[in-house]
Design a protein around this ligand. Sequence first.
Ligand code: UT7
Length: 358
Amino acid sequence: MAYGSAAMGNHIIGTGIAQPPLEVTNDDLSRIMDTSDDWILRRTGVARRRFVAPGTGASDLAVEACQLALDSADLTVDDIDLLVTATMTPDYFAPGIAPLVHNKLGLESGAAFDVRHQCSGFLYALDLADAQLASGRARTALVVGAEVHAGYLRFGQNWDVLRGRTDTINAADYAASTDSRGWAVLFGDGAGAMVLQADERSGGISTSALHTDGSLFKLIHVPGAGFVHQPWLDGTQLDAGLHLPHMDGSSLFKNAVRLMPAAVREVAAADGRTVDDIDLVVSHQANDRITVAMRAELGVDVETAPSNIAAHGNTTAATLPILFHELRSQGQVQSGDYVVFTAFGAGAHWGAIGYVVP
Ligand code: UT7
């Protein structure tokens, strides 16, 4: 079911992104596992991705993106009374990153909470912030998606090859990376933030439709490092790689190309519009072939449903705000535009949110 927003408009008044320093191309990856630039480009559309150095957490990327979003909104932390963070790669198992970001940004008041919703994390975070603003519980919200997937990647000593510190390939780490190549080549690190404010201008977030089908949870999940196990984490799990994502890529693909366009149509219809009225579809960037299939299903062109996965890889909860920030910075988000955000990912959770640019 789709839900509409209340009388005031909740507007995106600032955006910012953070990109870690280490850029890794497909050719770089081909040195440390059995893969190729050709395979990765053809099957995923990813050309390069970035990774953090050890010691940098999702909270650090989130803080950088939030600060830039505040600057672009011409606001300071004192104006913020709500912080919503989305990540599947928190600095610590507990607490989440919201209190860390709250503290590092220098926020002194206001609620802060985490959303653990993986690829649709930012969509859910945006919806929750919108609902808090609409109910009057907050006036100005920071919403940020941040991920550091580097810790999941089994590159071992071959990280030093990617960092230019050696040319010597460790054979055991090469084998481990090749073992996980089906998903390892997809992901990258990054963060994107938005400042949302309730005001009386027309437009703003219009409708959201969020969905969950828990029967699909095994399509992508981390089977170990959880409290269904006693102890919750041990060496046996680590040896079996149960602390890493397990993914049925093909089933995920089929669900994503069906459910994202359906959610986009659902939101457009609830807003009294059709797909032809959509100026911009800002979609989760999991695989460019998914975006291509979504465009075909909706009958829209690449300008209406752009992708940026080539430069970032799949940054999970950060894909939507990074893509929106880039489009906004390039002048591709215009006053009066009808924008629909959509995502699909682990859970399975998916949905869409409509937004009219003031
Ligand atoms: O955002 C989180 C949610 N994730 C997704 O939405 C992911 C959705 N799924 C996908 O993006 C795609 O399914 C993948 C990119 C993960 C995989 O693409 P695929 O076209 O489904 O490939 P596949 O897993 O069926 O593998 C095809 C072949 C296999 O070889 P054989 O068995 O045909 O000989 C794999 O071993 O490609 C091989 N392969 C690779 N070869 C080179 C798999 N990964 C690689 C690789 N490099 N990185």
